[in-house]
Design a protein around this ligand. Structure first.
Ligand SMILES: *[C@@H]1O[C@H](CO)[C@@H](O)[C@H](O)[C@H]1NC(C)=O
Ligand SMILES: *[C@@H]1O[C@H](CO)[C@@H](O)[C@H](O)[C@H]1NC(C)=O
Ligand SMILES: *[C@@H]1O[C@H](CO)[C@@H](O)[C@H](O)[C@H]1NC(C)=O
Ligand SMILES: *[C@@H]1O[C@H](CO)[C@@H](O)[C@H](O)[C@H]1NC(C)=O
Ligand SMILES: *[C@@H]1O[C@H](CO)[C@@H](O)[C@H](O)[C@H]1NC(C)=O
Ligand SMILES: *[C@@H]1O[C@H](CO)[C@@H](O)[C@H](O)[C@H]1NC(C)=O
Ligand SMILES: *[C@@H]1O[C@H](CO)[C@@H](O)[C@H](O)[C@H]1NC(C)=O
Ligand SMILES: *[C@@H]1O[C@H](CO)[C@@H](O)[C@H](O)[C@H]1NC(C)=O
Ligand SMILES: *[C@@H]1O[C@H](CO)[C@@H](O)[C@H](O)[C@H]1NC(C)=O
Length: 430
């Protein structure tokens, strides 16, 4: 479909990549998912899956609601759920958090962060792992966020580097790295014997800039800032946990010598997802020895609102198909599994129209995992079915948070697409 892809892949792969080693895959404990070439493997059998995202599961304070959610997810054939392993607040937010039973694991002040292992602290995450295991579901657990949401990297930057620091010092400042690693070690040590952990994830959607802070000139296409951080942190996690898989959590942007271009308003534009502008270099990052599989995200509507303009030469659907194939091809060449870890469209009609084609293409291109953003649970009972979390996230009339991408179980035209894909993946897992 796109000859240019292959050429630039070969150029950028160069000699930087060595064949991935399987040094630990033969001795992982039983029940742990591992990799074997471009497939996942569980107890000697291939393991392919449909998964979903639910950042809010640890925010629930009602155990029955956690169970009901996993029960419904399992009934849809879904095997893997991704959730946040971070929930950090400022000390000034404590009164609010306590007034609504908001889950938080880290409280920041100028002395650094304090861990919350209480009943609205890490015990909520403990319970999520416990309930997932009962329903034979495994979790991808993410250590921090590029974005402000639920206390990401910018809290480390604010409190440890101070006013005026740019977002990208998160990746380079030794004090910040030590603080991040201390938190990572806390989480990894807590669950490192659990087969319910599918994989550890270094950061959600790492970029040079965030929604709050800008990037410095040091973080630029080709600087390798994110790649070196991925290398350092994946090596660190492997040093404390030899068995669980590790991935980046990135959006999967490429850094190509000849990035893709497209027409917008009759002008030729360089595609920011292919020119390294955001900070990632998907091929280099996936080649790292302790990055076990590739992940990428896909939000075509929000990334390219201009595709709806006259004078654009391709559609949301086609751009998505191209993005799916580019990642499948890279993973094939590197020899590791590929997972579309988040994707979403707003509007039920948009989902119904486009998801079948996208999901089919992920299956046709041998994706080991297909995970939509995000799971929508109905009939939650906590606080009578109405409970605010943070920002605009809330349980409303028993329905889990709705960001427009949410797929609720009553939206059967969409849910059926995933249930059918789950059946295909289950066949491939035999
Ligand atoms: C990897 O998968 C192949 C089949 O695709 C199988 O023959 C081989 O035994 C597997 N390797 C391990 C270490 O399980
Ligand atoms: C946390 O505190 C820092 C420093 O006072 C502030 O810059 C930041 O906006 C606060 N973040 C949140 C999420 O409240
Ligand atoms: C917080 O949870 C406790 C039980 O753990 C409950 O008694 C209390 O009503 C809850 N408070 C709010 C504001 O939801
Ligand atoms: C930060 O919080 C910790 C834990 O509550 C506390 O011991 C410490 O005194 C606080 N530091 C400052 C400067 O307020
Ligand atoms: C859009 O235009 C660019 C630049 O001419 C071209 O590389 C790309 O293949 C076109 N896309 C489609 C879907 O025609
Ligand atoms: C499209 O291009 C025309 C002509 O250059 C310009 O006047 C118009 O503002 C552009 N529209 C958008 C949405 O960028
Ligand atoms: C469906 O997608 C189109 C194209 O992105 C967008 O303009 C429209 O708002 C979407 N519909 C809904 C209900 O979100
Ligand atoms: C779930 O809630 C909906 C309303 O949102 C209701 O129509 C339905 O009967 C409920 N289902 C169950 C199993 O309670
Ligand atoms: C499904 O549930 C959601 C949340 O309660 C509701 O907004 C929607 O109208 C229901 N029905 C369909 C077909 O989406």
């Amino acid at each position: 479909m796109r000859a240019a892809v292959f050429t630039s892949l070969l150029l950028s792969l160069g000699t930087a990549l060595t064949a991935p080693t399987a040094r630990w895959s033969t001795d992982v404990p039983s029940g742990f998912v591992t990799t074997n070439g471009t497939s996942f493997q569980l107890d000697g059998q291939p393991f392919a899956f449909v998964g979903t995202n639910s950042f809010w599961l640890p925010l629930l304070s009602n155990d029955d609601d956690v169970h009901a959610t996993f029960e419904t997810i399992a009934a849809a054939g879904i095997k893997v759920v991704r959730t946040w392993g971070f929930n950090a607040i400022n000390e000034t937010e404590l009164p609010y958090a306590e007034s609504i039973n908001l889950t938080y694991y880290q409280v920041w002040n100028s002395s650094g962060w304090t861990l919350n292992e209480g009943s609205q602290g890490l015990q909520r995450l403990d319970y999520v792992l416990y309930a997932a295991a009962i329903h034979d579901i495994r979790l991808i657990i993410t250590f921090t966020n590029n974005w402000v949401g639920y206390g990401g990297a910018d809290l480390y930057v604010n409190w440890l580097a101070g006013a005026g620091a740019t977002h990208d010092v998160f990746y380079t400042d030794p004090t910040i790295i030590a603080s991040y690693q201390q938190y990572v070690q806390t989480i990894v040590n807590r669950y490192k014997d659990s087969p319910t952990v599918f994989a550890w994830e270094l950061m959600n959607e790492a970029r040079c800039a965030s929604d709050l802070l800008t990037a410095s000139a040091a973080c630029h296409p080709g600087s390798g800032t994110l790649g070196l951080w991925y290398q350092q942190q994946s090596d660190f996690v492997r040093s404390i946990d030899p068995y669980h898989m590790i991935t980046t959590g990135g959006e999967g942007q490429f850094y190509w010598a000849q990035p893709d271009t497209y027409w917008y308003n009759n002008t030729l534009v360089t595609d920011f997802n292919f020119d390294g502008a955001a900070g990632e270099d998907f091929e280099w990052d996936l080649g790292l020895p302790n990055i076990d599989f590739g992940v990428y995200h896909m939000y075509v509507q929000t990334w390219y609102p201009e595709l709806d303009y006259p004078g654009s030469n391709f559609s949301i659907e086609d751009w998505g198909l191209d993005w799916i194939e580019a990642h499948a091809l890279t993973a094939q060449m590197v020899g590791k599994p590929i997972v579309i870890e988040e994707f979403g469209l707003t509007g039920l009609d948009n989902k119904t129209a486009i998801y079948p084609t996208w999901v089919q293409r992920t299956l046709d291109s041998n994706h080991a995992g297909v995970m939509f953003w995000q799971w929508g649970q109905l009939n939650l009972t906590e606080d009578g079915g109405n409970h605010p979390f943070k920002y605009t996230d809330a349980i409303v009339n028993g329905a889990s948070p709705n960001d427009g991408n949410t797929v609720y179980t009553n939206q059967t035209t969409v849910m059926d697409i995933f249930t059918q894909a789950a059946a295909v993946q289950a066949q491939r897992s035999a």
